[in-house]
Design a protein around this ligand. Sequence first.
Ligand code: GRF
Length: 202
Amino acid sequence: MKRLVILISGRGSNMAALLEASASGELPVFPAAVISSSSDAGGLRIAGALGVETRVVDHASFDCRAAFDEALAGTIDDFSPDLVILAGFMWILGDEFVRHYAGRLVNIHPSLLPAFPGRDTHRRALAEGVRFHGCTAHFVTPDLDRGPIIAQAVVPVFDSDDETSLASRVLEEEHKLLPRVVRWFAEGRLRMVGGRVCVDVD
Ligand code: GRF
């Protein structure tokens, strides 16, 4: 079974969706560890309660990104993962780190990339007046939020939406999309063709 390491920084609802899918047998992966960049991330308690090993690599205790990246990679590699998931991990990782995990580092981003890379995606989507918004699961490359797209989910944007209502509609889709993509990876159904991801569907 493929070994999964999940990186979080906060609430951990995407992490919880993965751990629950794995516990129910729906997702054929072994969640080897959850690693947080902050000791007060709520997701750490959820992972612990589900019996998953947790570690903290506290971003605040490093004075440069390279040192943080190195400590983080060392902690990840202790668990020999086949796949590393950024599930609400809030820090930008350096090129060396990203290259070390090439083809096995996946991020879930709350917008339809390439629209709205970076932060505050829901606020920016509302400000632009887009009628559709959503989320993207993609392989991570050194270009922020620009790696090969694996899958996306789309939601409508209503005139009555505010940031909270839109975020919650998108989050509901993230919780379905991320386990689906991880299952494709675990089943060997993702292929790169000319820099793009192809999925072998059922
Ligand atoms: C999610 O919307 C994720 O896409 C973004 O940050 C949020 C994290 O939520 N990167 P959670 O910690 O998974 O609940």
